[in-house]
Design a protein around this ligand. Structure first.
Ligand code: ZN
Length: 283
């Protein structure tokens, strides 16, 4: 049952991934992304339904447009697969949630008896994953995190935290724990990146990274944000060094930091508590 359900979620995920590709394209070209039909970005031929099946169309068309035979970017199938995998992961985490490592139990609440809140959590995690995927791809390609992506993400996280804090009943304790502390965490993380941006005149970090760090604090809370930031810097350093050694980039060339923050966020969301427990076992 779990496998069939996971498969359905995966198919749903790759369809959402297909939509995310479309959002990215329309952000790049400053078009509204709620209107208009899909077309080939190279020859602008309107695509038929059988050109638009996630992953499969790419395989059957051998990565080329049916009409102009130009290459379809690998971004399309990769984003689709990544979204599918993330949705399956979220689904499995949310419903195995009742295990001790879940991000929600670690926030001190168990929701096993509350299906409505489970559904909200599931929806929220899926939506912020979409925002994070958009940020990953856009920053990687264009070295910028658009306000059109990061501001709605921040607003969503604030609203979610607020409803989370008052869901059962309003108490100052819950409000502090689920709304105020994540807000402080976000302010701290965002402030840290803002300082890096200020001191380096935008050379080490962009202002978008500061906004993303603020969002990370809101959705991860403390101390998980530390795990995510540490991993982002670690992975960034390893890949940066790899690129310099393989001479794909020079020491002076820039590397967008957003993708590393996104990867760190996902690891923190899924395995943050396990990593913290593992780390604490050494002390
Ligand atoms: Zn074409």
């Amino acid at each position: 049952m779990k496998i069939i359900l996971s498969l359905i979620i995966f198919i749903f995920g790759i369809s959402v991934g297909s939509f995310l590709n479309c959002v990215i394209y329309r952000l790049e070209n400053k078009q509204s992304f709620l209107r208009g039909r899909s077309f080939c970005p190279k020859c602008h031929h309107i695509l038929k339904w059988h050109d638009l099946i996630p992953i499969l169309s790419y395989i059957f068309l051998k990565g080329k447009c049916r009409y102009c035979r130009k290459r379809i970017s690998l971004q399309y199938p990769l984003v689709e697969i990544a979204t599918g995998i993330l949705f399956v992961l979220i689904f499995n985490f949310q419903f195995s949630i009742f295990n001790e490592f879940s991000i929600w139990t670690l926030r001190g609440v168990a929701f096993d008896d509350n299906n409505f809140q489970n559904l909200i959590n599931l929806g929220y995690l899926s939506i912020i994953s979409c925002f994070l995927i958009l940020i990953f791809v856009y920053d990687l390609k264009h070295y910028i995190i658009p306000d059109k992506i990061i501001y709605p993400a921040i607003a969503g996280a604030l609203i979610f935290n607020f409803q989370f804090s008052i869901f059962n009943e309003f108490s100052i304790f819950n409000f502090q724990k689920f709304f105020l502390y994540p807000l402080l965490t976000g302010t701290g993380a965002g402030g840290f990146f803002f300082l890096l941006w200020l001191v380096s005149h935008g050379k080490w970090m962009g202002l978008g990274d500061a906004k993303l760090a603020f969002f990370m604090g809101l959705s991860l809370g403390f101390p998980h944000i530390l795990v995510s930031l540490f991993l982002a810097f670690l992975i960034g350093a390893i890949i940066g060094l790899g690129l310099v050694v393989s001479e794909k980039k020079s020491l002076k060339s820039q590397l967008p930091f957003g993708p590393f923050l996104v990867v760190g966020t996902f690891i923190g969301l899924f395995w943050g508590q396990e990593i913290i427990n593992w780390y604490l076992s050494f002390i």
